[in-house]
Design a protein around this ligand. Sequence first.
Ligand SMILES: Nc1ncnc2c1ncn2[C@@H]1O[C@H](COP(=O)(O)OP(=O)(O)OP(=O)(O)O)[C@@H](O)[C@H]1O
Ligand SMILES: [Mg+2]
Ligand SMILES: [Zn+2]
Ligand SMILES: [Zn+2]
Length: 642
Amino acid sequence: MTEQEKRLNLSEMLETHRRDRERLVWEGTFREYFELVTANPRLASLSHARICDMILAGGVEKIEGSKDELARYHFFSEELFGIEEPIAKIVEYFKSAAQRLEVRKRILLLMGPVGGGKSTIVTMLKRGLEQWTRTTEGAVYGIKGCPMHEEPLHLIPVELRGEIAKHYGIYIEGELCPQCHYNLENVYHGKHEDMLVQRIVFSEKDRIGIGTFAPSDPKSQDITELTGSIDLSTIGEIGVESDPRAYRFDGELNIANRGIMEFIEILKSDEKFLYSLLTLSQEQSIKTGRFAMIYADEVIMSHTNENEYSAFVGNRKSEALQDRIIMIKVPYNLRVSQEERIYDKLLKQSEALRNIHIAPNTLKVAAMFAVMTRLEEPKKANVDIVKKMKLYDGEDVEGFKSKDVRELKDEVVREGMDGISPRYVINRLSNALVKDNITCINPLDALKAIKDGFDQHTGISAEEKERYLNMIHLARSEYVSIAKTEVQRAFVYSFEEMAKNMCNAYLDNVEAYCNKEKLKDPITEEEIEPDERLMRSIEEQINISENAKNTFRQEILIRISSYSRKGRAFEYNSHERLKEAIEKKIFADLKDVVKITTSAKTPDADQLRRINEVIDRLVKDHGYCPVCANELLSYVGTLLSR
Ligand SMILES: Nc1ncnc2c1ncn2[C@@H]1O[C@H](COP(=O)(O)OP(=O)(O)OP(=O)(O)O)[C@@H](O)[C@H]1O
Ligand SMILES: [Mg+2]
Ligand SMILES: [Zn+2]
Ligand SMILES: [Zn+2]
């Protein structure tokens, strides 16, 4: 691209940007706005309904196989993984609140462990609203010059509202703020319909529709931060504090009107702030200085952790507030595959890590560890924590059905409320990576980095550390079998091909055996008996006894016919246990070659050629770089030579 073109593009971009902004400009009288709102009553939505519309506009799908129709809301699902349940509860809250049920008068409090996504949920709603109010469906209008950009319909006197509701189905709630009231009388001389209205676009930066309050030192923090303050530049001239011209209605609660107010760590803040919130949520009004209550319509969201919440619930003094809160638990994700997605997302956001190779299975193994730390020890006798972890992630575990997963989920008390956070894992990986000259990190490096952090991390007790070390160990054992499989796979020229052929041979024989038929030798065309040795050599890999073989073979045939009824091709991996048997059989056949080759101290020419082939294949087809491919091979070599 030439310099000239670059400059042209910039102007073009700026032009588009300007046009976009112009598109959002609308100004007119209240009379004109009234035309708009009667044609499209959604313009007058209250805050909860606005957020609800925004979330639903993103679309929703039912999660396959979930028990009680668990939904996945696309608004959240690009950013947040594995916490569909709490998110669905949050959306339910907005749905009820959108219908103006009592719940909208409560503060929505997210409670969960550190780094579990609470702030992310609130931030997504805030950023989402900024975007949503720029769209046609999400357009919002406010009285021009109102510090709270209030709903223009407040201009309609209370006595006339019944009529409007009957006629247009538009519900109006709230009174003019003191400043608009003053302007109506003194600037517009009481002519409601002339008052100016404009389209507004929410922006946290510009303090429109989105507010945030973070508790700091209660001594220096003042309630005016929430409810506004006397205007020192005009008070001298005007003289009385009860004149709206002498007051700035620009507290966080004021400016968040129509949208959302985030109250960071609500339970850490001083009581005086909580009482402001109490009136706001309960009566939808803000008590400010010498003024009558000022109406405000906003969603109040906050977050806290379990300890703080328990202390709060245990405190009698806080009962009034407890009543005004809806608490939703946001536990950690408990699925390994989703945890990997979280890491992947966080790594992509990190500048320093972007150019480093992450060896295959690194995130998976780290995720296994993290998820295990969050799980409660299963009570069922035949389930251990590793099996539970796999079952939760939807893996087939021999001898278990989806009913067992439900039972496991029913027995837990507070699962996911503690353990290792995604942030911890990513911090540890970053830590391992900033060491000089590292170009690649493998699963063992990751586990080591995580483990080395236990001592530095103040939040981990001695008891927990013990438990976590055990889980590092379990994750490493899982990796051992993954690593072996990876290498064995790469040893075969075409694993898929081999598996397919073996599967076909097995199925031909099983079919003949079950139908009491003979097979035809492909070369001599001779009739031959089914090859019992071949079938058994595969079945034995997954411990199918002589007595159980008939049942197993029948089961396979049933699966084949059910596949063919549905018009699907039966592949070697269509049946979980058959797949396992075939893989194991291939690997058993290969075992000696792999062992001798990988663990040779001084490989001969032939072994060397083989090693290079395997490394090439790992790099070309399996996502390794030369560094981690070599590391994998020598690791498996030491494992096999033991
Ligand atoms: N389930 C998840 N899906 C995707 N990302 C997640 C998930 N859980 C946590 N994260 C990511 O981890 C990081 C920390 O999350 P966040 O700050 O939202 O947690 P928090 O619950 O507010 O923690 P704290 O209690 O420390 O304030 C964020 O970058 C967030 O995106
Ligand atoms: Mg947070
Ligand atoms: Zn106003
Ligand atoms: Zn690598």
